[in-house]
Design a protein around this ligand. Sequence first.
Ligand code: ZN
Length: 458
Amino acid sequence: MKKLPCVCGVREVIPRTPSMTFEGKSDFLANIAEIHYASAAVRLLSALSIKSLPNNADRIFTGPPKKDCILVDFVRLQSQSLSHYIQAEHFSPPPHRDIWYNCEQHVHLEGCLVPELLFALALRNNVNLPSTDGLYTSVASYSAYLSRNDAFQDLDAFLSLYYTGLSVLQTQQDYHDLAMVYFRQAAQDNVRHAEVFFDPQAHTSRGVAYETILAGFKSACTEAQTHLGISSKLIMCFLRHVPAADAIEHYYTARPDLLNGSIAGIGLDSSEKGYPPELFQGVYALALKDEVRRTAHAGEEVGPHVVVSSLDKLHVERIDHGRTIPQDLELLSRMAREGIMVTLCPLSNLKLQGVKSIDQLPVRVFLDAGVKFSINCDDPAYFGGFILDNYCVVQEAFNLTAEDWRQICKASIEGSWCDGTRKRTLLEELEVVIDAFNKHSLEGVTGEDQLKDQASVR
Ligand SMILES: [Zn+2]
């Protein structure tokens, strides 16, 4: 993808030399070699009170962590002097990076509509984006808005922006290009198997044919398998705010693809408040009868009773989000007992104000209770990062051990809907990277030591 001509998002800064320290703003900017992650650089500029872009802006791009980086926490940066912050925070990449070997089960392909692609497709398809408040003036203005902590007050505020953006998606090539944004980043982030959501109703309601959407996404899945080595499954979601009869109509349209495996299963997303699972019992009953896989968003904004209803009324096999599950201890133990996986989305919950900080998420609670869960990016173009960003913030908040990560990565493989052969391959590969990590830890400075060192300077 074309690089932005401006700074637009950073989680990570690479200095020119590993031992470099910085005295002030100008030194800092002049000595940056690379800035990674196109979701927070605007926050960097804002935190430094810098209005114009630095000369080295062309070295700012999306990408995975590298050696000798400085991880920038923008919230803390705002409350500390720059030089103090930089010296304290200078450390090597997260030590568990190599064992963050993962599967992803909760990413909406439509949520991968990054600003660059949004504007490129608007141009390609002659779509006029709204002129509201200058939001869509340029890639930079739109990116700046998305990077704000208060961009969305809740799920519905996000969905309003999300549906506006979808107007640029019109042709099979558009859908292919959109999915490839995700798969390319996923490959860089060590994703080996991805189960990706799409919302046909958000497109057919605008006159785009179901066949166009599916063909574009399917060709991207094939390309991801062939060129990136990522296996994938498509999951068709129904929109809660659309009448259930429309979901049933779409189910019958997609039924041949659901039965032949072109689509692996169904899901339920969009506004949770006011649209209980019971509304969709009919379409889920059809899927159950057809032995089609079933999942649903539940417990994102609403309490655990929605999770219980999804399990009992929709007969779902896993729960998407499930953040509020620990509020019901009986449900918590049921999730562990029945081995139902939860697909947590940390940055999504933070950005949509579900939690005030990542450490409020039930990561430790789930690990201790034996609830299987995976870590996912949800709508990465809007929530501040793809899967690796989510792994990083979880590590920063919970200081997990290698064994914790093994438990998480293993659950994410076992909870996937790929076949047994693929699962065995992925589990074997996971053991190889964990063995290599443990061997390396025994030979020298351990990952745990690096984490302790980090903690001691804070
Ligand atoms: Zn979601």
